[in-house]
Design a protein around this ligand. Sequence first.
Ligand code: C5P
Length: 215
Amino acid sequence: MKTDLLANKTVIVTAGGTQEAIDPVRFIGNRSSGKMGYAIAEQAALAGARTILISAPTNLPVPFGVELVSVESARAMEEAVNSRYEACDAVIMAAAVADFRVENMADTKIKKMDTLELKLVKNPDILKGLGANKTHQKLIGFAAETQNVIEYGKSKVLNKNLDMLVANDVSKQNAGFNVDTNEVTLIYPGGQVRPLPLMTKIDVAKRIISALAEL
Ligand code: C5P
């Protein structure tokens, strides 16, 4: 249902798993489907926000009313987000950003050989950079953990200077990567914790958008 919860606001949503090139035809990727981020972008647009979806490759259709910016790597996503940061009111970082990239991408397709060593170097932490340079924006991050979800979440929300963290235990069935449901806990910098029941990613997206409007 269309509302005006976020009327006159510009919201950036990131989604999908970044792809880090090895050579022109190969990359290192991850299992993110992009479903959570696309659902959030759809709900942000329905709530009346100008919504910019900065997405790594996915198989999903662009939600109605959402502006798509397509990127592949973490560094391209960082550039796309940073260049729009000042003019936006909120960033929701739902993308699964690769923590490492190949140091030197090969210019031509690597030939078959018995062993191949790839040197990986650290990617920028996009969200941490946004937190460090925050002026007026509201920042929402995600955390996928397999243990001590709340504990890690509380330190992440402070460490990255976030306004809210959406934490989920990806070891649970029906939560996290590649499924249509999710069970998340909202964590705030003051230490408040709001566990939500298992629900569809669309319903989780609605709750995140109302929580953003409250912020
Ligand atoms: O520290 P961790 O990777 O668990 O943090 C997850 C959050 O940080 C997510 O919101 C993700 O989009 C963001 N992130 C990022 N840049 C990275 C790694 C994660 O923006 N290199």
